[in-house]
Design a protein around this ligand. Structure first.
Ligand SMILES: Nc1nc2c(ncn2[C@@H]2O[C@H](COP(=O)(O)OP(=O)(O)OP(=O)(O)O)[C@@H](O)[C@H]2O)c(=O)[nH]1
Ligand SMILES: [Mg+2]
Length: 371
């Protein structure tokens, strides 16, 4: 495993040497992987690069790239590009230079990757992790609430720490997301990268660590500046998921099924088949179409394959669809007509249809196409 530790720096003259030394101590010499360090400095006016260059004289595995200041997100992206495209990294470990991220935890992040995770997250919010005790109450609340807004807003309750930049990940997530990532900066960059990686199948493992305040230098990130962007990211991501996600596709597939069902009903009825039988044929064809289109498109990320599975699930699908139509939809009509009279039958047909849509979607996503 070829690991590149990416360290973004802006005015970290007092910290960078200490960090590099502590990381080297933490990894020791026993590890089974090769480790290089890549400092991504934005031509810090305090001369961080000079300190790094001096350090390089005695440490051959330390690299430096310098650029103009474009913010933390861009710096990390530049670091990833260099690491994955030019240094042939399999894994990037990303860590802040200000010693807020306890370097002794770094080997544990890599261990998680070796054990099968593809995205290891240093976490302040799981047992064993912590935010600084000396933070004022307001800052603590701010940090905890902020992370929970992201966690529940994006609806990934099992991942706790979204904004800390202490992580290790495999190259796949760089390959699949780096083009989109250019538009994000600051905390939103950290959130978006983790979120998009999860969408690309990341196996996330959180490793606890104690976050400490920086000892030297100044903070470059003004949290308030990013709050609006975080909300915007969450809102846009959710809208996009809704439109492009499985529910939208499920509706399109259902629409096609509806057209098939109605078309066959009308055609066969015109050919003198009784409406009941004609509708049964139409429904059977529509259900078959729904099953295959949902399998190939709506839930293709959880596609059913193999003949045995395919047939079993098809039978389940027919059974749950029949239950939906007979019990839920027809039941709603029967109950409605009984309570409110026959003239409302069509309204209850619509209500019953809405109920089956919910029923079907839940059964499809939670039972039939369960991962
Ligand atoms: N290359 C580069 N690094 C940056 C930039 N902004 C921040 N950094 C680095 O990114 C890391 C995190 O930035 P910090 O300023 O510590 O942000 P923070 O952790 O939210 O704030 P603190 O409360 O001060 O720790 C540090 O290593 C910074 O040196 C930038 O524009 N370019
Ligand atoms: Mg910091």
């Amino acid at each position: 495993m070829n690991v590149v530790v990416v360290i973004p720096t802006y005015n970290e003259r007092e910290n960078i040497r200490v960090l590099l030394t502590k990381l080297a101590d933490a990894f020791g010499t026993k590890q089974t992987y090769t480790i290089s360090y890549l400092v991504v400095d934005d031509t810090s006016p305090d001369g961080t690069a000079t300190v790094v260059k001096a350090y390089q004289k005695t440490h051959k595995n330390v690299y430096l790239i310098s650029g103009k200041k474009e913010g933390l997100g861009k710096a990390i992206l530049r670091g990833m590009t260099e690491a994955f495209e030019h240094m042939h990294a399999d894994v990037v470990l990303q860590i802040d230079a200000d010693l807020s991220h306890d370097p002794s935890v770094a080997p544990r992040l890599l261990e998680a990757i070796e054990k099968g995770a593809t995205f290891a997250v240093g976490s302040r919010y799981i047992p064993g992790g912590a935010i600084p005790e000396n933070w004022g109450l307001i800052r603590k609340i701010y940090s905890i609430v902020g992370n929970n807004i992201v966690r529940f807003g994006l609806w990934h309750p099992n991942v706790r720490d979204w904004t800390g930049g202490y992580r290790a990940y495999t190259r796949h997530f760089y390959d699949t997301t780096h083009r989109e990532m250019e538009q994000y900066s600051g905390y939103v960059f950290q959130i978006a990268f983790l979120h998009k990686s999860i969408h690309h199948g990341a196996i996330v493992r959180e490793i606890p660590f104690h976050f400490t305040d920086r000892l030297y230098g100044h903070s470059k990130i003004a949290p308030a500046e990013y709050i609006f962007n975080i909300y915007r990211y969450i809102a846009l991501a959710r809208i996009e998921e809704f439109i492009h996600g499985s529910f939208g596709k499920f509706l399109v597939v259902g629409g096609i099924g509806f057209v098939l069902n109605a078309g066959i009903l009308v055609l066969l009825h015109k050919a003198h088949m009784s409406a009941t039988y004609a509708n049964l044929v139409g429904a059977a064809v529509a259900i078959f179409s729904n099953y295959n289109l949902n399998n190939l498109w709506t839930f293709r990320h959880k596609k059913i394959s193999g003949a045995g599975q395919y047939v079993t699930k098809l039978l389940h699908f027919y059974a749950t669809s029949a239950f939906g139509v007979i019990v839920i939809q027809t039941g709603t009509i029967a109950l409605g007509v009984r309570l409110f009279g026959d003239r409302w039958y069509f309204d209850f047909f619509l209500l019953g249809t809405a109920f089956i849509m919910v029923w079907n979607y839940v059964i499809y996503s939670k039972v039939i196409w369960k991962k």
